[in-house]
Design a protein around this ligand. Structure first.
Ligand code: PLP
Length: 213
């Protein structure tokens, strides 16, 4: 099946409150354009260089989401245009995003990455740090913390994934308000479980594009 057919099939099954970010890392501009022409406007990338190159070559009204770990020294390259930064995982990064957003006269939408998975390698804050952080970040004028992002443990164990997504959903619901209203959980292999557990922004790559090289 084509990427566009995949996109349509998935969109048909999504509840209307769930926003789809098509994860286009490693994919060609041609394939991205096909999805764009089929109505997909939000694309997610995890490497700054690749993101910048694609932004230059592709339609200007694409909303680019930075979904991967972001190094502080690269923030300046995406600050002029990025629609949302998902994986905010340190105070250093928060300070830098705020500074670069200010220089660009922008307010940048961000999500705090929460560590819920069992793997030690995944970035993010601990669940019990988040409420305080959301409070403290309110004083930043050029950052808007819109919600939370997380990745579940890479496993086929549905119970484990459910447990992790429901944990972050409880925290999300506790803080949720008119501005803090995005829960970015769910990738190709676990997005249905994520949606059952409150996700309203899913990040899908493989299931749309086919396996990455
Ligand atoms: C690559 C990636 C995805 C998409 O993963 P798929 O399994 O291809 O759906 C989602 N989120 C992040 C942070 C990623 O790096």
């Amino acid at each position: 099946m084509s990427t566009v057919e995949n996109l349509y099939l998935i969109k048909q099954t999504l509840p209307s409150h769930v926003c789809l970010v098509a994860v286009s890392k490693t994919q060609s501009n041609d394939d991205i354009l096909k999805l764009y022409n089929a109505g997909q406007k939000k694309f997610g990338e995890n490497k700054v260089q690749e993101l910048i190159k694609k932004k230059e070559d592709l339609p200007k009204d694409i909303q680019w989401h930075m979904i991967g770990h972001l190094q502080t020294n690269k923030v300046k390259f995406i600050a002029p245009f990025i629609d949302m930064i998902h994986a905010v995982d340190s105070w250093k990064l928060i300070n830098e995003i705020d500074k670069r957003a200010k220089q660009n006269n922008r307010i940048i939408n961000c999500l705090l990455q929460v560590h819920i998975a069992k793997e030690k390698t995944k970035f993010g804050f601990d669940l019990d740090q988040i409420e305080e952080m959301v409070e403290k970040t309110k004083k930043y004028e050029n950052i808007n913390i819109k919600g939370l992002m997380a990745m579940a443990t890479f496993t086929n164990n549905k119970k484990q994934i459910t447990k992790e997504f429901s944990l972050i959903n409880s925290l999300f619901k506790k803080i949720q308000n008119a501005n803090f209203n995005v829960l970015s959980t769910g990738m190709s292999n676990d997005y249905l479980i994520a949606i059952e557990n409150g996700s309203n922004m899913i990040r899908l790559g493989n299931i749309i594009f086919g396996k990455r090289n």
